[in-house]
Design a binder for this molecule. Structure first.
Ligand code: AMP
Ligand code: ZN
Ligand code: FE
Ligand code: FE
Length: 291
C-alpha cells in the first residue's frame, strides 16, 4: 500500500531563505539568528541582510556549530517607477566591483536619509541622531526600524509596529526616500556577480500599490530567476497570481519568513522553500551553501 503523499516539510528538510540580523535591521546577531534557526528546527537558513554581506562569516561559522546549512544572501534595495522594491540575491560574489559599489552607495544613502527623517522627527518629538545611533550596531546598515527603536526608547511609541503605523510608513510626512539602483540594473548586477536573483515579496501592498506584471516581466527579461511567493505580506490572491507568473516564465518559487528577531512578528520557518528549489539555487549560484 502506498503511504500518504508528503510535503517536503514533512520529509524533514525545512528551509527558510530570508532573515535579517543586527548587520542590518534585525534584533539578533548573525550567530543568534542561526542558533534560533536550529532551535526552530530549520535545516537551512539564508541570512539576507539589507544591502550588505557583513554578517556572512559569523552566520557561516554558527551554521557549522549548530548543524544548520547557511545560504549567503543579500536583500538588495532597488526602485521601479518611484516605488521601493527589494531583490534577494543568493550566493553571489561579494567582491564583485559593480554590485559592491551599488550596495555601498545605497548604504550611504540610507544613512543620509535616516538623518533627514530624524531631523523631521526632531521638530515634533525631540528625537536626536545620537539616540538613533545607540540603536544601531557599529557598521550595521541603518533602516527605519532603528529609528522606530529610538522612538520606543524615548517613549513616543510602544513598539516598532506602532512606530511604522503612526510615523514611519511610506505615506507619512516624516518619510524620506533613499537612493537605490533601478530594479532592472539591480537584477543584471546580481547576475553578473554570479547571484541568483529572486524578487522579495513582489505582491506586498505596503508601498501603496503592488508591482505590475509588466515590471515582473521586464525583470525576467533582465535575468530574474525567482519569485518569493510564500511570504506573510501576500494575500492568497497574490500568491495565486505570482504562482501563475512563475509558471509562465519557469521561475523558481520560494517561501520564507523575513525574520527580524523580536522586531517583527515574523517567526522563523513560518514559510519555507522546497528542497528541490534550494538545489536549483545552489546549482545556479557562484558560491556554495555552507554546510
Ligand atoms: P527601510 O529599509 O528603512 O525602508 O525600512 C523597511 C524595513 O522596515 C523592512 O525591512 C521591513 O521589514 C521593516 N518594517 C516594515 N514595517 C514594519 C513594522 N510594522 N514593524 C517592524 N518592521 C517593519
Ligand atoms: Zn528589514
Ligand atoms: Fe524586504
Ligand atoms: Fe527582508
Amino acid at each position: 500500500m502506498k503511504g500518504p503523499r508528503r510535503s517536503p516539510t514533512l520529509l524533514g528538510v525545512r528551509i527558510d531563505l530570508h532573515t535579517h540580523s543586527t548587520a542590518s535591521d534585525g534584533t539578533e546577531s548573525p550567530a543568534e539568528v542561526v542558533a534560533q534557526a536550529a532551535r526552530a528546527g530549520l535545516d537551512v537558513v539564508a541570512l539576507t541582510d539589507h544591502d550588505t554581506t557583513s554578517g556572512w562569516d559569523e552566520a557561516a561559522e554558527a551554521g557549522r556549530e549548530h548543524g544548520v546549512a547557511v545560504v549567503r544572501g543579500t536583500e538588495i534595495s532597488a526602485r521601479t517607477a518611484g516605488m521601493s522594491v527589494h531583490v534577494l540575491s543568493y550566493l553571489h560574489d561579494p567582491a564583485h566591483e559593480g554590485l559592491a559599489r551599488e550596495l555601498r552607495r545605497a548604504r550611504e544613502a540610507r544613512t543620509a536619509r535616516a538623518r533627514r527623517i530624524v531631523a523631521l522627527l526632531h521638530g515634533d518629538f525631540g528625537l536626536t541622531w545620537d539616540e538613533v545611533e545607540e540603536q544601531v550596531e557599529p557598521g550595521a546598515v541603518i533602516g527605519r526600524p532603528h529609528i522606530a527603536d529610538a522612538l520606543v526608547a524615548r517613549g513616543v511609541v510602544p513598539d516598532r509596529s506602532t512606530a511604522f503605523d503612526d510615523l514611519l510608513h511610506h505615506g507619512s510626512k516624516y518619510y524620506v526616500k533613499h537612493y537605490a539602483p533601478e530594479v532592472l540594473d539591480a537584477v543584471m548586477l546580481i547576475r553578473d556577480a554570479g547571484g541568483v536573483a529572486v524578487f522579495a515579496h513582489p505582491g506586498a501592498d505596503g508601498r501603496g500599490r503592488v508591482v505590475s506584471d509588466a515590471v515582473i516581466d521586464a525583470m525576467v527579461a533582465s535575468g530574474l530567476q525567482g519569485l518569493e511567493v510564500d511570504h506573510r505580506d501576500h494575500s492568497s490572491q497574490q500568491r495565486e497570481r505570482l504562482r501563475t507568473i512563475a509558471a509562465r516564465h519557469g521561475l523558481l518559487v520560494t517561501g520564507s519568513s523575513d525574520y527580524h528577531g523580536t522586531g517583527k512578528e515574523n517567526a522563523l520557518g513560518e514559510n519555507t522553500t522546497a528542497p528541490e528549489v534550494l538545489e536549483r539555487i545552489e546549482d545556479l549560484g557562484r558560491l556554495a551553501v555552507v554546510r
